[in-house]
Design a protein around this ligand. Structure first.
Ligand code: OGA
Ligand code: MN
Length: 290
């Protein structure tokens, strides 16, 4: 098998073929790491990974996060604290075994309400529905580049508060108060325009739309400016949409991309396992001198 990297859309993502992620040598891993810095999203098909293999592959990129608490109140898969389940499947008592249900997961990036959000997430498909439940990635460098010059100038030194109240499926996170007041909501401020830590490329950093708030603004002004910026976000030419097959692994950079999932039949089964790779540095601004 020879490793091969091929772009899968104009702005984001590449498929890496000719590798078995259980037995990667250092040379092939270097090819993967370089491709990840260039494409910000990587697809690997036909993988058969057990929990230990998924954790071992993910950990080649850096230390892994402890998975966040799932909607069912469980912290993780017993014995595998790094693995988070994304699933609509219910156990015998009718309780969901994982998070995000079967509805849409709106455009977002993972856990940006944290001070130092994960660098990357890996999502591995165990069971997939016949249709729907597609996951799209959007390039945030291409999104930034698409903004008109005057808008780039207006946002250059602003910070957004990234909401910690709701997850991308609209579910309340464990232990927080429900609120739709962006000023009162729990969250963390990050620069609105980041520099990619390896290439320095400017990237728009939005987190998600719900309860987002621009520091120091009146709510109405914050909402208006966010709406203006979001008009340039997730333009089809800047996105890649993935239709899953069992054995696919999709790895994305949580600063250089946002992702979204389409809804699917609630009676169909979808089971995905996710790991998150820690970031070594908090998001840093692309503005000169900061
Ligand atoms: C995630 C996520 C979407 C999906 O795991 O962070 O947003 O396709 N998943 O299940
Ligand atoms: Mn996500």
């Amino acid at each position: 098998m020879t490793i091969h990297v091929a772009g899968i859309s104009a702005a984001v993502g590449a498929e890496v073929s000719g590798v078995d992620l259980r037995t990667l040598d250092d040379a092939d891993f270097q090819v993967i790491q370089d491709a990840f810095n260039q494409y910000h999203g990587l697809l690997f098909r036909h993988q058969s990974l057990d929990d230990a293999d998924l954790v071992a592959f993910s950990a080649r990129f850096g230390d892994l996060d402890h998975a966040p608490v799932m909607e069912n109140g469980q912290t993780a898969v017993p014995g595998r604290p790094e693995i988070y389940l994304v699933s609509n499947i219910k156990d015998d008592s009718g309780k969901a075994i994982g998070s995000l249900g079967s509805g849409e997961a709106v455009w977002h990036t993972d856990m940006s309400y944290a001070e130092n959000p994960p660098y990357a997430s890996a999502l591995f498909a165990i069971e997939v529905p016949a249709s729907g439940g597609n996951t799209s990635l959007c390039s945030m460098a291409a999104t930034y580049a698409a903004l008109p010059a005057d808008l780039k100038a207006r946002i250059a030194n602003l910070r957004i508060k990234h909401d910690g109240t709701y997850n991308s499926g609209g579910y309340l996170r464990q232990g927080v108060e429900a609120t739709d007041n962006p000023r009162e909501a729990v969250g963390t401020y990050h620069p609105m325009v980041l520099a990619h830590p390896v290439t320095g490329t400017p990237m728009l950093y939005l987190g998600r739309r719900r309860n987002a708030y621009i520091e120091g603004f009146e709510i109405a002004d914050s909402e208006a400016l966010l709406d203006e910026v979001w008009q340039y976000t997730a333009l089809p030419e800047n996105c890649y949409s993935h239709q899953w097959q069992v054995g696919d692994l999709l790895l994305w950079d949580n600063r250089a991309t946002m992702h979204q999932r389409t809804p699917f039949d609630r009676n169909a089964r979808r089971l995905m396992k996710r790991t998150q790779i820690k970031s070594v540095a908090a998001p840093s601004s692309a503005a000169a001198g900061s």
